[in-house]
Write a new protein. Sequence first.
Length: 256
Amino acid sequence: MTVQLDRPVARRTLGTETLLVLGLSLGQSAVYALVSIVAKLTAEGPLSAQTAALNTSRSVRPYLDLTYQLLGIVFVLLPVLLAVHLLARDPGDPARTLGLDARRPGQDLARGAGLAALIGLPGLALFWVAAQLGVNASLVPAALPDLWWTVPVLILAAVQNSVLEEVIVVGYLVTRLRQLQWRLGAIIAASALLRGSYHLYQGFGAFVGNVVMGVVFTFFYLRTKRVMPLVVAHTLLDVAAFVGYALLPREWFDWL
C-alpha cells in the first residue's frame, strides 16, 4: 500500500494547529494578561497607582540572574521555531514565505525604521494621555540591577519580543488564517486584538495602542509579505524603551 505524503492538510487540522501554537505562546500570554488586569482592577487603589514591570530580576545573585535571563530568552523563542517548522509542510521555504530572510537588508532596515517612527511617536502621546486619564498601570520597562550585562540582556530581550510577536502574531497567524479562508478584515482584526490582549496587564491605554500597532503591522505584512521590517521596527521600539529607561534619569519617565 502506498501512503500519500503530500496530501493537503485539512482545515480542521490547520485550525487545531493554530490554536496549539497560540496556546504555547502569545495566546497563553493573553490569558494571563486578562487575569492580571482583572486582579489590578479588583485590588485596592486605582489602576494608575499599580505597577506593571517588564524585564525583572530573577535572582539576587548576578550570574544566576544572568543565566535565568538568557534561558528565558532562548525558551520563549521555541514557539517561533515550532511555527516555522510547521510552515515547512507548505510548499516553498518558510523563511521566504514569512519574509524572514536577508534578501533585502537595506529595504527592510529602512522600512523598519520608518514603521518605528510611525508607531513610536504617536505611541508616546497615547501613553501620556492614558497616564493622565489613569487607565494604565505605572509602567517600568526595565527593572534589572545596574550590572555589566544589563544593557546586552535588554537588547536581547527586545529582539526576542520582536521575533516572537511578529513571527507568531503576524507572519504565522496571517498565513494560517488565509489558508482557513478568513476574510482580510477578520484577519487584521484577529491579529491586532491578539496583540492588544497580551498587553492588557499594562492597562487599557496599552491595549488600544497595541491594537492600533497591530492593524498597521498586519496591513503592512499583507501588502509586502515581509515580516522582517516588522521585526526591525519592533526591536527599535523596545530597545529605545528598555535601554532608555535603564540608562536615562528616572525623572524623565515619571509620566509613565
